[in-house]
Ligand binder design. Structure first.
Ligand SMILES: [Zn+2]
Length: 236
């Protein structure tokens, strides 16, 4: 890769492939089903309006499940990079679990929200949440029974895009891990990074239609590729 020794600012985009090896599955796996539910039945604002019980129960299950999972060596390597990298670094994750944080990473931005937050649609407060929402508990801030999962549903706008794009524009290296480079937002971010002069690297289980947008692409499990890449980067 070009000019590895001139790298100071790094933006890393992570997706489902990073958490898959911790046992967290996603819609992107077979047939667009997620634990037997169709995307449009549980992960859209329309679904929540139509059948809030189903949606809340579904997310209660997901919230409970992620608390039983553990970070894998990809999360751990990224946490080590975060701790040791002297320049700017931002981990932008599409994942709504907290495995980056539990591995010890600090510079993490959740563009699709977080399972462990509840969002009050009455007062707009986000509260840490590990329990259930199906029983319509009151908002800790205002008392309204108007909490929903703080997860960006299909058809909703990802969080903090201005901040993400500003970081990408300043990046010397953009790395996409475990997410298809063909799909928004990865496809847009890699092109923006290239146009700003950043080197670009894709680490993914397999080649995707977006692979061609990257300067370099490596294929394999994140638990193997990511620690090897972090070792490489920290030893240059
Ligand atoms: Zn509230």
């Amino acid at each position: 890769m070009a000019a590895m020794n001139n790298i100071r600012n790094i933006v890393i985009l992570t997706g489902a492939g990073v958490s898959a090896e911790s046992g967290i599955d996603t819609f992107r796996s077979e047939g667009g089903l997620w634990e037997q539910h169709r995307v449009e039945d549980v992960a859209t604002p329309e679904a929540f309006a139509r059948d809030p019980e189903l949606v809340l129960r579904f997310y209660d299950m997901r919230r409970e499940a992620i608390q039983t999972k553990q970070p894998n060596s990809a999360h751990e390597a990224l946490a080590r990079l975060d701790a040791e990298w002297p320049g700017e670094l931002l981990i932008v994750t599409q994942n709504v679990d907290d495995l980056h944080e539990r591995a010890g990473a600090r510079r993490v931005l959740h563009m699709h929200g977080e399972h462990l937050l509840a969002w009050c649609t009455a007062c707009d407060t986000r509260s840490p949440w590990t329990g259930t929402l199906i029983d319509r508990p009151p908002c800790p801030a205002c008392g309204a029974r108007a909490l929903r999962p703080d997860v960006v549903w299909f058809g909703e706008v990802p969080y903090r895009m201005d901040e993400i794009m500003a970081a990408v524009a300043q990046a010397d290296l953009f790395v996409s891990i475990g997410t298809s480079g063909a799909v928004y937002p990865a496809a847009g971010l890699v092109r923006m990074a290239s146009e700003s002069g950043a080197a670009t690297l894709e680490l993914n289980l397999e080649r995707s239609q977006g692979t061609r947008w990257f300067d370099e692409a490596r294929q394999g499990p994140a638990s193997e590729l990511v620690p090897a890449w972090v070792d490489e980067l920290l030893s240059t």
